[in-house]
Design a protein around this ligand. Structure first.
Ligand code: ADP
Ligand code: MG
Length: 629
């Protein structure tokens, strides 16, 4: 029973983020306002799924036996559009939480992107991703939500004009649905078309044709409802009965993304385990792709009842895949906690993972352009599997594509790389860093370029991790070209005259001197076999992390102190020869330090002591100009 106090309307302010989102909705430049309806129908369908799920353990919740469904009612005279469901409903507190705050992290990420986007892009983003309940305010100047939680007596009305606050009040149960939620949109003058039967029916068919509950339409006050969609689960139909349009619509419903999927994987597994999967590779990156939680969103159904979207149906490195798995091998009343440990589910997970990867392999073979698109969008995520999924490592390496010194703007596979390896080459060479231009300009590449040896250019942050424990691929190991000694001399090159001749005596003497002077900063100074143009570069020692990985680990506070790098000197460089020929002690010392700082700068770092660096440079300038010290 409601108390007198509860019958008094109570005013609440929206959370700041909601106000911002609402402001964007109300002033939306988005021309395709139809999307509000798909959001309301999708919420109604979610509510029906929740009811079905909760009724398994608490049958009294749907004891009336009325099948869950969705009703859309139009009233031209009253200028209202109503979306009503007989799903789970909301209690007073649930309304405050669900409709006054933004809980989903994806929505938050969406808002940040939306704020950063310019006019036209904003509109596109709203179209591409679901923006939820608040999109109602694109077409309505007032929204009432009347709801009764399944199994409860009391009912509540939430209303707002979308301008900063909402009101909540207890309503007479007679005025509320016996169970579920009624959303009443008081339409703006220019949204009158949403009271028209044909318009609304078409929108529902186009946008919500595959929600798993029937949708009925009442075209005007007093009319009988007619069925618009039947609520049959698409995945139970056979592939031949399903059009691309059907698949795309279903994808949009299940993912909350409104782009076009790159491809789908639809199959029914029979045998030891029975389950059906309908999974999609999205056509754009979901907003939560780089969340630290790295959660997937595949939905688990048991005998067509939605159970959870937190069952980890795919490994983390496939978290971009959207879709469903429906199985009859699990009990309906399985608790969400039990699911994680279920051996049935781990068998299903393995099966679905295998199917998704082999579908990607097929795509790579037969539709290279689409595969390229896929790789640009999700390659960085898939590569996480190379060090997380030992069993499928070589399969993932086969799928991987790389920019290389030979790829130009395209990408190459490891098979292609191996196909053009030089005689005597036993490793797959790579260099990693944060951007392509910097990598391309790296002095470490010089010797490899001179010999025409291809090097992978790795720029994703995950690239700093997997090559060190990727093991072998096709019996070739991965080798960082910024680490250890190169074996360039053993590899036949395009131009063998480039093989490094012995260093002149003066240069070795200077190198010995520099090793002494710089002993606090570097582990060694030695003649380089990888440089042809630059005077110097820094490399990491043979064992331990390469330079890039070391920097990342240090940045993340996971490495106490970096190991000292090795300074390599190009003994054939005229500059180095010239420097070595000068005997003056101050000059030699300045030169040693300046060469080290130059190598640091080429590596994207700073001189460790900027004042000393500036002082040495000034002394050198004075020498050049001929000014006295
Ligand atoms: P999302 O559906 O992605 O969670 P929305 O903005 O569409 O985001 O909805 C916010 C929340 O409001 C939902 O998560 C749900 O808790 C609640 N809600 C909205 N519509 C309904 C409904 N018809 N029945 C029950 N709860 C609803
Ligand atoms: Mg929603």
């Amino acid at each position: 029973m409601t108390t007198a106090q509860e019958r008094q309307p109570e005013q609440h302010s929206f959370e700041a983020d909601v106000s911002r989102l609402l402001h964007m909705m109300v002033h939306s430049v988005y021309s395709d306002k139809d999307v509000f309806l798909r959001e309301l129908v999708s919420n109604a369908a979610d509510a029906c799924e929740k009811l079905r799920y909760e009724s398994i353990s608490e049958p009294r919740l749907s004891a009336d036996g009325v099948a869950p469904g969705i009703l859309v009612a139009l009233d031209e005279e009253a200028m209202t559009l109503v979306v009503e469901d007989n799903g789970i409903g909301m209690s007073r507190n649930e309304m405050i939480d669900a409709l006054g705050t933004i809980a989903r992290s994806g929505t938050r990420a969406f808002m940040d992107r939306l704020n950063a986007a310019k006019g036209g892009e904003k509109a596109e983003l709203i179209g591409q991703f679901g923006v939820g309940f608040y999109s109602s305010f694109m077409v309505a100047n007032k929204v009432d939500v009347i709801s009764r939680r399944a199994g409860q007596d009391g009912a509540w009305r939430w209303s707002s004009d979308g301008k900063g606050s909402y009101e909540i009040v207890a309503v007479d149960p007679i005025e509320a649905p016996t169970r579920g939620t009624r959303v009443v949109l008081h339409l703006m003058e220019d949204a009158k078309k949403y009271t028209g039967k044909w318009t609304v029916e078409k929108i529902i068919r186009d946008q919500s044709g595959h929600v798993p509950f029937p949708v009925r339409l009442i075209e005007k006050a007093g009319a009988e409802p007619s069925q618009v969609t039947d609520g049959a689960a698409l995945w139970t139909k056979s592939k031949t009965e399903i059009s691309k349009q059907d698949y795309d619509d279903f994808y949009r419903g299940v993912s909350g993304q409104y782009d076009e999927p790159l491809m789908n994987v639809h199959f029914k597994a029979e045998g030891r385990h029975e389950y059906t999967t309908l999974a999609f590779i999205p056509g754009s990156q979901p907003f939560d792709l780089f969340d630290v939680e790295r959660k997937g969103r595949m939905k688990l159904y048991v005998k067509r009842v939605f159970i959870t979207d937190e069952a980890d149906l795919l490994p983390r490195y496939l978290r971009f895949v959207r879709g469903i798995v429906d199985t009859s091998d699990l009990p309906l009343n399985i608790s969400r906690e039990m699911i994680q440990e279920s051996p049935v589910l781990s068998a299903i997970r393995k099966g679905v993972t295998g199917r998704v990867l082999s579908a990607l392999e097929k795509l790579a073979e037969s539709e290279q352009e689409n595969f390229y698109k896929f790789w640009e969008l999700f390659g960085a995520i898939l590569k996480e599997g190379i060090y997380e999924d030992y069993e499928r490592r070589s399969q993932l390496l086969k799928l991987a594509r790389f920019r290389t010194t030979a790829s130009g703007d395209a990408t190459r596979s490891l098979a292609e790389y191996i196909g053009s390896m030089k005689e005597g080459q036993s490793s797959i060479y790579y260099i990693s860093g944060s951007n392509l231009d910097q990598l391309n300009a790296s002095p470490h590449l010089e010797g490899f370029r001179a010999k025409g040896i291809e090097v992978l250019l790795l720029t994703d942050s995950v690239d700093s991790f997997w090559p060190t424990n990727a093991g072998d691929f096709d019996e070739k190991s991965f080798k960082s070209i910024t680490q250890g000694l190169t074996d360039l001399d053993e590899i036949a090159g395009a131009d063998d005259s480039k093989n490094v001749p012995d260093a002149p005596h003066e240069v070795t003497a200077f190198i010995d001197f520099a090793r002494d002077v710089l002993s606090q900063e570097v582990a060694d100074v030695r003649v380089s076999s990888r440089l042809t143009d630059s005077a110097v570069c820094l490399v990491a020692s043979e064992h331990g992390p390469d330079r890039q990985l070391e920097k990342i680990l240090q940045g993340a506070g996971r490495l106490q102190s970096a190991s000292k790098p090795i300074l390599e000197v190009n003994a054939q460089s005229e500059l180095v020869k010239g420097i070595s020929s000068i005997a003056e002690a101050t000059f030699r010392e300045d030169a040693a330090w300046l060469l080290l700082d130059e190598a640091r700068i080429l590596d994207g770092d700073k001189p460790t002591d900027p004042r000393a660096f500036a002082g040495r440079q000034a002394r050198l300038f004075k020498l050049a100009i001929g000014q006295p010290e």
